[in-house]
Design a protein around this ligand. Structure first.
Ligand SMILES: [Zn+2]
Length: 197
């Protein structure tokens, strides 16, 4: 596909339209459901042959746990991403690996209750000066959920590019994730002094 094709394409297949609207790679959309004020989007990963990370043996699906994440609002309604995961088990009886759950950081990082796109958006909002309380209200979730996600992604941002975090440290105000702001401010100073020396 050329650059021009990507910017002017037409999709007519309903499944592809839905996948394009959802904007997640290598997933199948199971359903979109309204539950009171919330909209829930259910997905699963497109999984091919899975090998055991310990012995390389062929893995089998053990069960399908469902995990819910806070996603970006859709047309003003809070959205939840309902991810029907794959818990796998190794087919080799002598293998010490019992079971593991398939993940995809593009959808959601481990131990984060926000989807990756929601966590990135929340981190940008906090970086632009909004409070955790404001962002949590917009996502219709708990203060701690946003604070934890923003701390995780703020740290990752700083690891990737220390200069990108300078605005976080410079713009501390009540309601910001204080631990993160302090850490970012400290590291930003280190970074600036390194650059200056
Ligand atoms: Zn194995």
């Amino acid at each position: 596909m050329t650059q021009q094709d990507r910017s002017t394409y037409v999709i007519t297949d309903p499944t592809q339209i839905l996948a394009a609207l959802v904007g997640l790679k290598e997933v199948k959309v199971l359903h979109l459901e309204r539950r009171g004020p919330d909209v829930e989007l259910a997905i699963e990963q497109l999984v091919g042959e899975v090998r055991c990370p310990t012995c390389g043996g062929l893995a089998q699906v053990k069960d399908r746990p469902v995990v819910r994440y806070i996603d970006l609002p859709v047309y003003g309604s809070p959205m939840r991403l309902c991810w029907r995961k794959h818990r796998m088990r190794c087919g080799n009886r002598r293998c010490p690996k019992r079971s593991w759950v398939l993940g995809d950081r593009r959808i959601a990082a481990k131990n984060c209750l926000l989807t990756t796109r929601a966590a990135k958006w929340a981190t940008r909002q906090i970086g632009d000066g909004r409070t955790v309380k404001e962002v949590a209200a917009e996502l219709a979730c708990d203060w701690h959920t946003v604070n934890d996600a923003v701390s995780t992604y703020g740290e990752a941002l700083l690891e990737a590019d220390p200069s990108a975090a300078v605005p976080f440290g410079m713009a501390s105000r009540p309601g910001r994730p204080c631990g993160l702001v302090q850490r970012l401010a400290t590291r930003s100073r280190c970074y600036r002094s390194k650059v200056a020396s």
